[in-house]
Design a protein around this ligand. Structure first.
Ligand code: HEC
Length: 106
């Protein structure tokens, strides 16, 4: 019984690690390709190879999860809202991706 429980929890941990990796991949795709206009036009983010300078440099800003979700959902200043063009999953994935490449706090 014990062994089974341990194996099951290892399997679950493995799966959630995989799910997380997939989400950050999706987030990168949304950042560089899916979002229109692309985040890369306006934001620098070294992992994405972008150097846009209209909005803040995300490597420097290191936005929190809430900052990403709010900015992308509602727009901020001249940044457009993506609420109608991106799904909640895509916006979540963006936040996972940006946090994973700008902080070590995960
Ligand atoms: C047309 C240019 C433009 C595009 C496209 C754009 N942004 Fe922005 N973004 C800005 C500007 C400008 C600001 C600063 C707005 C302000 O503070 O007034 C900003 C701010 C932000 C912030 C910081 C918000 C805060 O709370 O300070 C984040 C995070 C962000 N953008 C992420 C993204 C992501 C992710 C995408 C792609 C889905 C994106 N942006 C697309 C121009 C853009």
């Amino acid at each position: 019984m014990r062994t089974t429980a341990v194996l099951v929890s290892i399997a679950i941990m493995g799966l959630s690690a995989l799910a997380h990796a997939d989400n950050t991949e999706l987030g990168k795709e949304v950042f560089t390709q899916v979002a229109q206009p692309s985040c890369t036009i306006c934001h620098a983010l070294s992992d994405a190879g972008s150097a846009g300078a209209i909005g803040p440099d995300l490597d420097e800003l290191k936005p929190s999860r809430d900052q990403v979700i709010n900015a992308v959902t509602q727009g901020v200043g001249v940044m457009p809202a993506f609420e109608t063009s991106l799904s909640a999953e895509q916006i979540e994935a963006l936040a996972d991706y940006i946090l994973s490449v700008t902080t070590n706090a995960n």
